[in-house]
Design a protein around this ligand. Sequence first.
Ligand code: PMP
Length: 350
Amino acid sequence: MSKFWSPLVATLVPYTPGEQPKIPNLVKLNTNENPYGPSPKVIEAIKTELNDNLRLYPDPEGDALKAAIASYYQVDRNQVFVGNGSDEVLAHIFYALFQHGQPILYPDVTYSFYPVYCGLYNIPSNPVALTDSFEINPEDYKQPNGGIIFPNPNAPTGRYLPLDQVEEILAANPDRVVVVDEAYVDFGGETAIRLVTRYPNLLVCQTLSKARSLAGLRVGFAVGQAELIEALERVKNSFNSYPLDRLALAGAVAAFEDHEWFEKCCQGVIGERERVTGALEALGFEVLPSKANFIFARKPGVEGEALARGLREQGIIVRHFNKPRISDFLRITIGTAEQNDALIAGLKSL
Ligand code: PMP
């Protein structure tokens, strides 16, 4: 530990992002990016925004984007919060909307940023085991807590919790905020946003990184009743009043305006996901049912790490987690048909 570090930093266990390799031409199936790229209208909008106005600060409220999201999901503008990727939105949520003295409930196994935020803010947590089939059981979320968060579909399992079961969790926790992290919802799930009017304790978080193919632009948002959004705005304005730059705002607005492109990309990913699932099953893999743009798969009797290494030697990167219960699994992002063919051939050869 450096003598210059604050004692707070010394205790941090930071998140480790998936590898962004410097080597070109790898088949990159490790960080759940969208293989099809953003809508051409997004690129156009960003080019148009590249002008002398860059000397001016962007709109601190991100009003145009809030309006686009509100219109898309049929909610009020004051029910929308926008931020620099959903990771940042989540950071504000943990600070603003969880009761810090009591344990936060999230699934064990889930997105590994949640424990990191608990560590950052010194909030206790109580990870809740998934069922034997790697599902979330709403019954397990009926215990005292300071807030609840889970991805739906869950990551890295890809398993989806139907909305009636999400409602069961919401109804059982009327005095606690329940955050549904819908990073992957557009690949076959149904958003909980339509429940926002009925549940003041619901906050839905989404990202433009996956279905809208804009991971590089860093845009995320949350939808909930105005009281929750106001808390997030307070934290944002105590941290960085301009989380979204002018280019990100322009591109994100355009992304919500090109519905056709969005639909085509999602359907492409879903079709390929089903094809890859079938092909891996034919190779003897167990593949969890996924509603995400990735699959979680294992080959009985074979170490996940060995499979990941074998693929890597063939120039194919997938994600392997060295964690209890899931160390025999690979998380494989759905790529283009060509990339998926390379993956299937790669696994066949191992
Ligand atoms: N939530 C989940 C469940 C994720 O997997 C990710 C992507 N790693 C995020 C949130 C963050 O997405 P972003 O910051 O790119 O919006």
